[in-house]
Write a protein that binds this ligand. Structure first.
Ligand SMILES: Nc1ncnc2c1ncn2[C@@H]1O[C@H](COP(=O)(O)OP(=O)(O)OP(=O)(O)O)[C@@H](O)[C@H]1O
Ligand SMILES: [Mg+2]
Length: 256
């Protein structure tokens, strides 16, 4: 049975999707059978997940509304062990309320994740920003959660709120393990960033924050824009290396 790892944060734009696609690809590079599932109606996974040319744009939302069978929305990628389930054509709609309601009120999300867990070693779930109904539903079916946190001074003000959110989510779902807070877009030598890191490590339990950080790297954002995880396009880049090390660390943890 595989592990379901949700990538979650209250804040938008902190590197959730970048983390989901790079970690997913890094797991697959290790030979772990991996599925990345996008449940965020923004649908950003499709841009950076090494999908094969000419891939379909249908996804989970199209399965959810009955217009596609599940097998049609599991897409192959450039990596043999990596599959992707996009969020689907809901991305083109201005109004995502029907999609959200179907998730909140139905049981197809937990059922789909359960089926994926049986077939995969790791299922990485990319969620929308915030702890709204979609994210909560994903957390209810997940084994583990990873929280990316962008290394910026605002963190000093928002940490208590972030902590409350995580504790609230974990307390609602006793089966859920917090794998850790992951500092992203880290800029060594930038005093504001280093101060932020120092503050976080000083105020949060050591086990709650990963020792490794994801550096800010042009290769990471450029790879995404070019349709690929950086761990495939530029594996020796420091950002890619950080994701590769993180995948190794998590794979070892999951195997215990
Ligand atoms: N390590 C990094 N180095 C440089 N740029 C990065 C890095 N991580 C993420 N970015 C860039 O930051 C932006 C936000 O990243 P991403 O889309 O992964 O965040 P998100 O948390 O998924 O956002 P949303 O909340 O909107 O879903 C993107 O332009 C991405 O390319
Ligand atoms: Mg995202």
């Amino acid at each position: 049975m595989g592990q379901i790892l949700a990538i979650v944060s209250q804040k938008g734009g902190v590197g959730k999707t970048t983390t989901a696609v790079n970690l997913g690809a890094a797991f697959a590079r290790r030979g772990l059978k991996t599925l990345i599932v996008d449940v965020d109606p923004q649908g950003s996974v499709r841009y950076g997940a090494a999908l094969k040319k000419g891939h379909g744009t249908h996804g989970f939302a199209d399965y959810l509304n009955g217009s596609r069978p599940l097998r049609d929305v599991i897409l192959p990628t450039a990596l043999p062990w990596l599959r992707v389930m996009l969020v689907g054509t809901v991305t083109d709609d201005a109004d995502h309320s029907d999609y959200s309601r179907r998730i909140a009120e139905g049981d197809l999300l937990p059922k789909m994740l359960e089926a994926a867990r049986e077939r995969c070693d790791i299922v990485v779930v990319d969620t929308p920003p915030g702890l709204g109904p979609i994210t909560r539903r994903a957390l209810a079916s997940s084994d583990r959660v990873l929280v990316p946190l962008q290394c910026e001074p605002l963190v000093l003000q928002t940490t208590p709120q972030i902590l409350r959110g995580i504790q609230d989510a974990v307390s609602h779902h006793p089966h859920l393990t917090l794998d850790g807070i992951l500092l992203t877009m880290y800029e060594a030598g930038v005093p504001a960033c280093e101060r932020t890191e120092k503050y976080l490590r000083g105020h949060l339990p050591k086990s709650m924050v990963f020792d490794l950080v994801i550096p800010r790297s042009a290769a990471v954002s450029e790879a995404f824009a070019a349709g690929q995880p950086a761990v495939l396009r530029a594996p020796s880049d420091p950002g890619s290396q950080a994701y590769i090390h993180l995948a190794a660390l998590l794979a070892e943890r999951f195997a215990k």
